[in-house]
Design a protein around this ligand. Structure first.
Ligand SMILES: *Cc1c(COP(=O)(O)O)cnc(C)c1O
Length: 389
């Protein structure tokens, strides 16, 4: 065992457990309480003078939630973390905490759809924040988008659907030099496979609804960063916008974390087996997966991501009707949004092709999220139906 695996095991199994416990229960209690009482006015006064460090009200602190935060910041190699009621709550708070009217944000193309909505449709434009969407595979394109009023560079690496990656160290160093905050959505890799803070990124956000929770039973988000940045976020967007996680959902996420290493190992290995099978299939034109040696960005992937996860997309040379027929007949691969749960899922991009609705994705993509079923069963399910494509 390497030090690193020891360390991950320690974080997931032992770190912070006693603080939230007190009765030696192996599974930590759920502190289902909104508030915390004080014996004296003096104690009360001392506590409310520092909301970040004291348990006063569960919109600020709660032991079950704090236990989850301690494990997530340790996994990311960050000083501190806050958890939120969804990935989007974490992303919104992280971005809003670093922009003001007149500022400019550089964001990579093809981010998660609601991140795009936040930046370009319904929130930032209302406050006069401008956004440039740039090709994240080109550091030049990011550098060229710089303006005097640029305050945030927002990354998602690998990004959604097509999994292009960004050179985190180069972009992190550039942003530092110009006093710009970098934020990355690290949901795809989880902190086990990529730690952006080590590459000089300031804030790391995740949806915990995907791999971190891992069981499709919780919607949650997290933001990790330095003590100063998280303190600022806590005092402003976290307490004010109030998009907190419930203690029960924090407990479910903690339970999910216990098995994160073995789940990631499984989905990574199974994805590789399934991709090897798909490579032999003539209906498959292209496979989008950052960890394929034939991928143009493979060397960069290896330099910053430990392993590919269980999420990939294929492009097929089939009509939408054929793709529908394929999807409608699968047994183990269910069709749903989201990903990263125990269940294997596909989402065909032709789902988004509806009268009156524009989709920026070509209708020939199918995104696969590998679950915890064995790879052979999943391959057989595809193989039984691939002639429909
Ligand atoms: C799902 C997702 C989100 C949003 O997370 P929610 O928990 O659903 O709010 C953000 N980023 C990525 C990459 C996602 O896939």
């Amino acid at each position: 065992m390497t030090d690193e695996t020891l360390n991950i095991s320690y974080i997931i199994n032992i770190l912070g457990e006693n603080e939230a416990n007190g009765v030696s229960a192996v599974s930590p209690p759920i502190f289902q309480t909104s508030n915390f009482y004080f014996r004296t006015v003096g104690q009360f006064r001392d506590a409310i003078s520092n909301e970040k460090e004291n348990q006063i009200y569960s919109r600020g602190n709660n032991p079950t939630i704090n236990l989850l935060c301690r494990k997530l910041d340790a996994l990311e190699g960050a000083d501190d973390a806050l958890v939120f009621g969804s990935g989007m709550a974490a992303i919104s708070a992280a971005i809003l905490s670093n922009v003001k009217t007149g500022d400019h944000v550089i964001c990579v193309e093809n981010p998660y759809s609601w991140t795009n909505t936040l930046l370009n449709s319904n929130i930032l434009p209302k406050f006069g924040v401008k956004v440039s969407m740039v090709d994240g595979t080109s550091t030049e394109a990011i550098f060229n988008a710089l303006r005097p009023e640029t305050s945030v560079i927002y990354l998602e690496s690998p990004n959604s659907w097509t999994f292009e990656i960004q050179d985190l160290s180069v972009i992190g160093a550039f942003a530092r030099k110009h006093g710009i905050t970098t934020i990355i959505d690290n949901s795809y890799s989880t902190p086990l496979y990529q730690q952006p803070i080590k590459h000089g990124i300031d804030l790391v956000v995740h949806t915990a609804s995907k791999y971190l929770g891992g069981h499709s039973d919780v919607v949650a988000g997290v933001c990790c960063g330095s003590k100063e940045r998280i303190a600022k976020l806590f005092a402003n967007e976290f307490l004010t916008l109030g998009g907190i996680l419930s203690p029960f959902d924090a407990w479910l996420t903690l339970r999910g974390l216990r098995t994160l290493p073995i789940r990631m190992e499984h989905v990574s290995n199974a994805a590789n087996k399934i991709i090897s099978y798909l490579k032999t299939q003539p209906k498959i034109d292209r496979i989008y997966y950052p960890y394929l040696p034939e991928n143009e960005q493979f060397d960069l992937a290896v330099s910053q991501i430990k392993k590919g996860s269980g999420l990939f997309t294929v492009e097929v040379n089939s009509a939408p009707e054929a793709i529908e027929d394929f999807g409608n007949n699968l047994t183990y691969w269910r069709m749903a949004v989201s990903w990263g749960g125990f269940e294997s899922l596909i989402i065909p991009s032709c789902t988004f092709v509806r009268p009156g609705l524009y989709s920026s994705l070509p209708p020939t993509l199918i995104r696969f999220s590998v679950g915890l079923e064995d790879a052979e069963t999943l391959i057989q399910d595809i193989d039984r139906n691939i002639s429909r494509l």
